[in-house]
Design a protein around this ligand. Structure first.
Ligand code: COA
Length: 287
């Protein structure tokens, strides 16, 4: 078996997506993702291969890709974004070798953050790498619009590339690190960016269909306002989903309960060298 860096090519992006679908299994509620990778999955691989070649590795055995790790460094914060081994190759140390290689890319980063699945093997790898694992919840269901009572005292409006400095400032305050180049990708692929920038504080969130992808705010009040607005904009009849809520994000759990979403345990948020940022809902892929 050899390990090689992921390349910024369409072929490598396809290989990574195929591996990821094989390792995670197809989500039963989303038929579109059963056979084909999403444009964002393909673009994410190429983007990270460009920005973080030393953090993105493929394991290849007998000419077939058997495992992948994608990870990124952003201003002293190291974040694994994807970690997957083909089911037929799991449990034989492929993941450990890949993860060790990615970990070398974390050199000099005092902080780390990861959104982990329920996989015990992944939890073991992350804990052994010094991550503190915070059990997480996800909220799913149809939004009960009667529960969407909002004082509306903090204006929220659609955002775009002109807000990048604001987004980076909010992230630096919350997690000591901006998303920087990742916003270009998120702006290009997520349905909308919502921004709050008032005397009371600032924040932003991405919504893509029914999914709230990433939310960062300078106060719980702004966070709750953004989350309500994002949920209000989920199209009628579409299932809403909010992921990676740790106990620190009770403000978000309360909003979810207000609008009738169902909480369930799901995965972990791992952090090292820092506390979980709050009010903050990480995105699995871009953290
Ligand atoms: C997580 C994953 C990438 C790990 O790859 P892998 O090649 O199976 O992992 P390895 O064989 O290198 O290591 C598995 C480790 O977990 C341990 N492990 C495996 N199953 C375990 C279990 N049920 N409980 C505790 N530890 C377990 C093994 O002992 C081994 O530890 P060691 O190397 O320190 O002895 C792979 O299992 C996978 O793709 N899972 C599905 C997708 C997923 O959930 N990815 C993680 C996203 S955060």
């Amino acid at each position: 078996m050899i390990l090689r860096q992921v390349r910024d090519t369409a072929a490598d992006a396809e290989v990574v997506s195929e591996l990821s679908l094989a390792a995670f299994g197809a989500p039963s509620d989303d038929p579109a993702r059963r056979s084909a990778p999403t444009p964002l999955q393909l673009a994410r691989t190429r983007h990270l291969a460009r920005t973080d070649p030393g953090g993105c590795w493929l394991a290849v055995s007998g000419g077939q890709a058997v495992g992948v790790v994608l990870s990124m460094r952003r201003e002293g914060l190291w974040m694994p974004s994807l970690f997957a081994v083909r089911p037929s190759a799991q449990g034989r140390g492929v993941g450990r070798l890949l993860f060790e290689r990615a970990l070398a890319h974390a050199g000099g980063c005092l902080r780390g953050m990861v959104c982990a699945s329920d996989s015990p093997a992944a939890a073991r790898r992350y804990r052994l790498a010094g991550f503190t694992l915070h059990p997480a919840m996800r909220l799913t269901g149809r939004v009960d619009r009667e529960g969407l009572i909002d004082p509306g005292d903090i204006p929220v409006h659609p955002g775009n590339a002109t807000h990048l400095h604001l987004l980076d400032s909010v992230d630096r305050r919350l997690r000591g690190s901006a998303h920087g180049p990742d916003h270009e990708l998120m702006l290009g692929h997520f349905e909308e960016l919502l921004v709050a920038d008032a005397l009371a504080g600032s924040g932003y969130c991405y919504r893509d269909g029914g999914v709230v992808r990433l939310l960062a705010a300078t106060s719980k009040r702004i966070g709750a306002r953004l989350l309500r607005e994002a949920l209000a904009r989920v199209p009628n009849g579409v299932e809403a989903r909010v992921e990676y809520l740790t106990a620190e994000q009770e403000w978000a759990l309360d909003v979810g309960l207000e609008v009738g979403l169902t909480p369930a345990t799901s995965g972990f948020v791992g952090v090292r060298g820092m506390r979980p940022p709050t009010p903050y809902l990480p995105s699995g892929a871009f953290l």
